[in-house]
Design a protein around this ligand. Structure first.
Ligand code: EPZ
Length: 431
């Protein structure tokens, strides 16, 4: 990896629990990406609150404005759009190639304008990230799909999208979001089967229903959507959910390096899998209505090993797999990681091994971690935002200094991370 842009310089705690205090969780990147993608479904003013101030949201806002949507106001953690009219349906390839979440926008765009023109979206280095479910789904809804010099062109028939039945071959978060939104404007009824049931999807679906959409089955794997005309300007604001992956990451940081750490402004019921596993390992966790408190377990400081298998929600989130891998280097005994969602998301284990972890990667999906092993600080390179934060946590518990390069990946999804970690006692500088 070649270093590019700012980096974090972290003085490790050498396994001592010296952090303490409170950290508030920001709005969820992935909820915000779908909430912004919903803008073309409305012919009017649409206000979003608790929006995280992160790079991915700036990029998607740029794409919306390039489609002719008006950015009425942009305040701290709040955006107001007016999508009364759109001027074009070509998604800027320069931006969307690096932003996987921009693929969600294709659904509302085709539903609103009848066409979308976009490149294969980019994203992180965790796997091939195909979009066959999107292309097949749009064909099922009656569109023509062509690929000319690496740009997809999707064109709806004259009367617009026509409702149909779609079965997702895998439960796909963004495919579920995309077609739930497209179906709100398609003619007739659309049935989506084997849908993902992440909380963000239910949050969006409830909001759309408050704006005139007719979506049944929210929270289950089958959605039935009656299409209709453009949604009226919602009489409620869209409240972005707290980022459950950021909250989960901070809980693990607390478990490894804090006397006491309170994670506030989060939704504990979205973290049941992580909390259940951490408690099984011996982490002392107290839950309040919208905060989680991690307290040093003086009486029994030994963590038991775990066998973690990532799984679609409500199972263990793949986005926390790198984070829990750091934790398992400090658990006593043999732990297992089984990454079932993506085919290339174990890269961070090789880096943790170089820091001192006793790790065997068996294949693209499975690994064994034997702990506890002390970690040594070193230069590491963030390949994506989730592994990047895992490296920050590893650097925090390591002995000596670490330099985490390419933190622009971390800035894509986490707001002012180094400032917030300094508040709880970590010696971290951005250079
Ligand atoms: C969403 O990605 C998240 N991104 C990912 O978070 C998250 O890791 C993932 O869901 C799983 O929870 C956003 O919400 C923007 P999938 P998504 O479609 O929807 C395969 C982060 O760091 N698939 O649920 O792209 C796919 O390869 C990111 O915030 C197809 O085969 O993931 C995977 O094996 C990383 N064809 C499986 O489905 C398709 O057309 C599930 O992926 C689409 C997906």
């Amino acid at each position: 990896m070649t270093p590019e842009g700012p980096k974090f310089v972290i003085q490790g705690l050498g396994g001592k629990r010296l952090l303490s205090g409170k950290l508030a969780v920001n709005g969820s990147k992935n909820d915000a990406l779908q909430a912004l993608s919903a803008v073309p479904l409305f012919a009017g003013i649409y206000k979003l609150k608790n929006v995280p101030e992160i790079e991915d949201i700036n990029k998607l806002t740029e794409i919306l404005v390039s489609l002719g949507i008006k950015l009425v106001s942009r305040k701290s953690h709040e955006l107001i759009f007016d999508s009364s009219k759109l001027s074009n349906s070509s998604i800027d390839p320069e931006i969307s190639k690096r932003l996987r979440g921009s693929v969600i926008l294709t659904g509302p765009l085709i539903a609103r304008t009848g066409s979308a023109y976009f490149p294969h979206p980019g994203g992180c280095v965790i796997g091939e990230r195909p979009i066959d479910f999107f292309l097949d789904g749009f064909k099922t809804l009656g569109t023509k799909v062509t690929l000319e010099d690496k740009m997809y062109k999707i064109e709806a028939p004259k009367g617009g999208l026509k409702g149909a039945e779609i079965f997702f071959r895998y439960q796909s978060v963004t495919a579920t979001e995309t077609f739930m939104m497209a179906a709100t404007l398609a003619r007739g009824v659309t049935i989506l089967k084997n849908c993902a049931i992440e909380p963000e999807i239910e949050n969006l679906g409830n909001f759309l229903n408050k704006s005139g959409a007719k979506i049944e089955g929210l929270g289950t794997t089958t959605l039935k959507i009656r299409g209709g005309k453009l949604l009226h300007a919602p009489n409620v604001d869209y409240k972005i959910l707290p980022d459950r992956i950021e909250a989960g990451s901070l809980i693990v940081l607390g478990a490894l390096a804090a006397k006491k750490l309170e994670i506030t402004n989060c939704e504990p019921k979205h973290l049941e899998s992580l909390i259940t596993w951490l408690r099984l390992s011996g982490v002392k966790i107290t839950i309040k209505s919208n905060s989680v408190i991690v307290i040093e377990n003086r009486s029994d400081p030994v963590f038991a090993p775990l066998k973690i298998r990532t799984h679609e929600y409500p199972g263990f989130p793949t986005d926390l797999q790198a984070i829990i891998s750091v934790f398992l280097t400090q658990a006593t005994g043999e732990s297992k990681i089984f990454e079932t969602i993506f085919e290339d998301r174990l890269h961070h284990l090789h880096i943790l091994k170089e820091m001192g972890g006793n790790i065997t990667v068996h294949d693209a999906h499975r690994a064994t971690i034997i702990g506890p092993t002390p970690l040594q600080g070193r230069h590491v390179y963030s390949p994506d935002l989730r592994a990047g934060l895992a490296y920050v946590i590893a650097a925090t518990i390591a002995s000596g200094e670490s330099v985490v390069h390419n933190v622009h990946y971390i800035d894509r999804g986490y707001e002012r991370l180094e400032e917030r970690l300094r508040q709880i006692g970590l010696n971290i500088k951005k250079e």
